[in-house]
Design a protein around this ligand. Structure first.
Ligand SMILES: [Zn+2]
Length: 108
């Protein structure tokens, strides 16, 4: 299968809002195929292999479900079981140890 092209957006306004809401300093969040960063540089983010794998897993989840269905299900999970137990987050945390996930993407 062709690798999925992913993008990185530094100093993202959306990630800044998420950081304010979640109370984090360094944050990465995925919308579609773009990883939005706040409080961290592209270089610093890419140095953390586990972190990149985690966000790539979210890219795959978007790809599987489609943009709007993913967002809908993701937020519904958050309301229902909270952020930590959210099945999309559980899967993304498991992906942090999955080196093979990187073969499915090309980060530009
Ligand atoms: Zn996550």
């Amino acid at each position: 299968m062709e690798p999925v092209t992913c993008y990185i957006k530094e100093r993202s306004f959306l990630a800044r809002l998420a950081a304010r809401y979640m109370g984090g300093h360094q944050i990465a969040m995925v919308i579609g195929r773009t990883i939005h960063l706040h409080g961290t540089s592209r270089e610093n983010f890419l140095r953390h292999t586990w972190w990149v794998r985690h966000e790539i897993c979210h890219v795959m989840q978007y790809r599987e479900l489609g943009l709007v269905p993913f967002l809908w299900k993701y937020f519904w999970e958050c309301i229902r079981v909270g952020y930590y137990a959210n099945r999309f987050e559980v899967a993304a945390r498991a992906a942090e140890r999955d080196a093979a996930i990187m073969e499915r993407v090309k980060i530009v």
